[in-house]
Structures are given as C-alpha cells and as structure tokens.
Design a protein around this ligand. Structure first.
Ligand code: R5P
Length: 285
C-alpha cells in the first residue's frame, strides 16, 4: 500500500517530464484538464513559460481556478472560433489500458475534457502508477457517465440491461446535499462493468465484446452507453488512435477541425512510478 507522499511525488515527476517533452513555449493555445495531477502540470508549465500570450483553455471550474491561481490566462472553450486548434492539451486519467484507452470523470469532469481533447493537435495524459493497467476497469471499477437529471431512472435501467450489475447515482460527500452536479448542472452515474476487452482480445476469441456473452470491448461499450437518451457523455476516452487523429488534423490544416467521434485516446501517457521513475506509453506509429 503506497503512501500519499509517494503518490504525489509520482504525479509530480510525470507532470514535469510530460511538460518538458511536449510543452512548446511558442504555443498559442493549451488545453488544461481537471483533477489533482493537472495541478503539477500547470506548475511545470509555469516554470517553463515566459509567454504571457498563451491562452489556456480550461475543462471546467476547478481547471479554470488552477490556471488563474498560477497567474496564467484562462480562455473559454466557447470563445474559440471553430477553426482554431489547441497546440496541445494535458489531462489526468483514472485508468489507462495498454491501447491508451482511458477512463476519466472520477472528479465529475469528462464532457468538457473531451471537447478540449478533441480540439487539440496533441493530447497527453499524466497519471501515477495506480492508473497503469493492461485493461480498463481493473483497479478503477466504474465508468463515470454524465446524464441529464430527468433521465436518471431510465439510464440506470438501460445500464443494468447492458450488463452493469449495480450502477449508482454519485452523491455529494454531504448526503443531505443530494446528487453531485457537474459543471453542466448534470448528474454522474458510476456504472461498474467487468474489465473491458481491447479489439485484440476479441480477435483472439476472448469474448464477443458486444455484451451478448457478458464481455464488452471498450469502443463498443462506450458507443452503447452514449446512445442512451439522456447521456451527455461517457467517461471512456477511446475511438481514434492519437497518432491517427494527429495525422487527420495535420492533413486538414487550415480547414474545420474534423469531428472525432468517441472521444480521443491520448498520443502518450506519462506514468509516475513508485520508484521515482517515469514510464511513457506512446501510441504505436
Ligand atoms: O473528473 C476528473 C478528471 O477526469 C480527472 O482528470 C481524473 O479523474 C484524474 O484525476 P486525478 O489527476 O486527480 O487522478
């Protein structure tokens, strides 16, 4: 069992290396995710950046406060024109599999994180070693799903039909305050599922991956949940590979940003390890 100091040191080490290797001080637009790890990313950016003209695009209230407290300049996503791309976006993750699919939303931020990730030429995640797993839902057991409050009962029922044994509406820490509200004023349902397959598992015959035999492949489950009426976004970042997405964006330079469905996998994830080292998992070229 690791102590809090080891975990925080791991986050900091990963953030420092991720920023050193990917942050370009000549950038004009930088996306900033949410959570506890992103604070170290912003600290590392602040150390390196002398450019007061960089616009930092937050992914929610907490993210905007982190940017402001660092003395950097926040710029709202909805003030960006559609043809502007972010040079890069950094974010945390709750779990990452060997294909770089991620679960996010442990802190109730996922919708704006997806918008920002999809608008970035390069999307980088930073996490500590607990998040490094070969399959999603190994150590982190539930998928956060952002839903319209009115739709909670039918979405819970539909999730059970998809095979989630006991999906729960996330509550605030203070029980009398009721369900936790997102930055959009929506609710979060946390849906447990068995560990998710990657496409290679389905090809290897480890399961159908379409829910019919109790197994789900990560993209298929994400799409099945996203289709439910009342679901704003699913906390699975999968879909287009980071390298594939980057190529698509480069080839489309100057035109409208291509629509990337199903979220986006990062092009690289920096894991701070228990021994103080940093492991980098990159998308395969
Ligand atoms: O909702 C929160 C976000 O998706 C975070 O990026 C994620 O939960 C990771 O947070 P942390 O860096 O605190 O582990």
């Amino acid at each position: 069992m690791a102590d809090a100091t080891t975990i925080e040191s791991a986050k900091r080490a990963a953030a420092i290396q991720a920023v050193a290797e990917n942050f370009d001080p000549a950038a004009t637009h930088v996306g900033i995710g949410s959570g506890t790890t992103i604070v170290y990313v912003v600290d590392a950016i602040k150390e390196r950046s002398t450019n007061p003209n960089i616009r930092y695009i937050p992914t929610g209230y907490q993210s905007r406060k982190v940017i402001e407290q660092a003395g950097l300049t926040p710029f709202s996503f909805d003030s960006l024109s559609d043809d502007v791309r972010l040079d890069i976006a950094f974010d945390g993750a709750d779990e990452v599999d060997e294909d770089l699919n991620c679960i996010k939303g442990g802190g109730a931020c996922l919708f704006q994180e997806k918008l920002v990730a999809e608008k970035a030429r390069k999307f980088i995640c930073v996490a500590d070693y607990r998040k490094n797993q070969s399959r999603l839902l190994t150590n982190w057991h539930t998928i956060p799903i952002e839903v319209a409050p009115i739709s909670v009962p039918p979405v819970l029922r539909a999730l059970r039909e998809l095979g989630s044994p006991n999906p729960q509406l996330r509550q605030t820490l203070l029980e009398k305050s009721g369900p936790l509200q997102t930055d959009q004023g929506f609710f979060i349902i946390d849906a447990p599922f068995p560990p998710l397959l990657i496409p290679a598992d389905v090809e290897a015959g480890k399961g159908k991956g379409d829910g019919s035999d109790g197994t789900w492949e990560v993209n298929k489950l994400s799409q099945a949940i996203k289709r439910l009426t009342g679901v704003l976004e699913v906390g699975i970042f999968s879909g287009l590979d980071g390298v594939e997405a980057e190529k698509l964006r480069e080839s489309d330079a100057g035109k409208t940003l291509p629509v990337i469905t199903g979220g986006q996998k990062p092009i690289a994830v920096y894991f701070g390890m228990q021994d103080g080292s940093v492991q980098v998992r990159r998308a395969k070229k």
